[in-house]
Design a protein around this ligand. Structure first.
Ligand code: AMP
Length: 218
């Protein structure tokens, strides 16, 4: 199944995409994780992207479209994927359609994670991720068993620089201006499903499974 998860930062897209990958074997493609890895390695892409990511701005469309076009050709995503963090602009959505058409594939569904601004700010200010693989924790609701250490791979768990309050506001503004118009784009194509993402992780996962049935096994 070829899916997009869309919603503001902190809506729970990454958490649910990881669960779907672990439990259903549908690979997560997180452009944010790809960029953070590139920045940590100081690769060409990392050097180019770092100032945008740190400021909470979008990396230019041409760069992101190139990354996704390449990623979608890799063998592990040939029988399905969840795009988490892409597309974020209309230009990216149009390019994605073209890339998929070129591969003789199409999107099955876009899941929109609907959540209030209060919940977003609370989740983001507590969010922590691990250095090695981006596993997600939360100070308030799901801290790692040993403080500061990832349960899954033992790497350091840290607060993302762009989850600071001033950066959160900037990223939500960018989301409203650039990404929200995608709702109308995908509604027009009959691909939009709205998921209530206010509840806790397992409740949201259950709603997601109901929404995706019968295409996935529970
Ligand atoms: P995320 O982990 O999805 O919140 O992404 C972190 C940051 O990476 C964003 O604030 C952007 O700076 C950058 N980024 C991730 N995906 C994209 C994208 N599709 N287009 C532009 N910038 C992106």
């Amino acid at each position: 199944m070829n899916l997009i998860f869309l919603g503001p930062n902190g809506a729970g897209k990454g958490t649910q995409a990881r669960l779907l990958q672990q439990r259903q074997g549908i690979p997560q493609i997180s452009t944010g994780d790809m960029l953070r890895t590139a920045i940590a390695k100081s690769s060409e892409l990392g050097k180019e992207a770092e100032r945008y990511v740190t400021a909470g701005d979008l990396v230019p469309d041409a760069v992101m479209i190139g990354i996704i076009a390449e990623r979608l050709q890799q063998p592990d995503v040939q029988s399905g994927f969840v795009l988490d963090g892409f597309p974020r602009t209309i230009a990216q959505a149009e390019a994605l359609e073209a890339v998929l058409a070129g591969l003789n594939r199409r999107l099955d569904r876009l899941i929109y994670f609907e959540v209030s601004e209060g919940t977003l700010v609370r989740r983001l200010s507590g969010r922590m991720v691990c250095r090695a693989a981006g596993h997600i924790y939360n100070d308030h609701s799901s801290p790692p068993k040993t403080p500061g250490i990832c349960d899954m791979d033992g790497s350091e768990v840290y607060h993302r620089e762009d989850d600071r309050p001033d950066k959160i506001r900037r990223r939500l503004q960018v989301y409203h201006d650039k990404t929200e118009p995608l709702l109308a784009f995908y509604r027009q194509r009959g691909l939009l499903s709205v998921l209530n993402a206010e509840a806790d992780v397992e409740d949201i996962y259950r709603s997601l499974m109901t929404m995706l049935a019968p295409q996935v096994r529970r």
